[in-house]
Design a protein around this ligand. Structure first.
Ligand code: HEM
Length: 143
């Protein structure tokens, strides 16, 4: 099915892009809330953002990414395959790190590290960078 952002873009790609930008904006809002020291609201917001982000990732990205794996070493032959492949690796690590951070901050206080401020900063920065990288993938494939 055709998307709504341009002619011929797949609907799932447009939905993934827009939903992750919305979630990214909410995450930045969640960071502002933390700066205002409203920590319970910050924790809830970041948990929602992280869990909802699994939806576009699982339904819009993992399947095409598994298709890239099946190409074997020829995945490195052209930008249209190697860029989404590498984005999948780095974005996957960012999403897993975000998920770990959410679990650590909300429900598993004894998990390392003891001082989690840098964990939160690094995971949010990598996660937001993944949105920028994913937008690059979108532009490369459909721009
Ligand atoms: C923080 C986590 C991630 C973010 C923010 C993110 C963001 C994005 C965005 C915005 C797009 C463009 C929309 C689209 O084409 O679907 C995209 C595309 C893509 N992503 Fe991700 N992504 C993340 C994680 C992953 C993971 C874990 C994988 C694979 C294991 C992956 C593989 C892909 C692939 C293959 C595409 C191109 C899809 C297509 O052919 O249309 N991404 N990503």
């Amino acid at each position: 099915m055709s998307g709504f952002l341009g002619s011929g873009t797949p609907l799932i790609a447009d939905l993934s892009l827009v939903s992750l930008w919305v979630l990214g904006a909410v995450a930045v809002g969640g960071w502002v809330v933390a700066r205002q020291r409203a920590f319970p609201r910050h924790c809830r917001l970041m948990a929602w953002v992280t869990f909802l982000a699994w939806l576009p990732i699982l339904f819009g990205m993992v399947v095409p990414w598994l298709g890239l794996i099946r190409l074997g070493s020829t995945v490195f032959a052209q930008p249209a395959t190697v860029v989404p492949f590498m984005h999948g690796v780095t974005g996957g690590l960012a999403q897993l790190l975000m998920t770990y951070t959410i679990l650590r901050m909300n429900w598993r206080r004894k998990w390392p590290p003891r001082r989690p401020l840098w964990l939160m900063r690094i995971s949010l920065a990598l996660w937001l960078l993944s949105i920028v990288g994913g937008t690059g993938v979108y532009l490369l494939l459909y721009g």
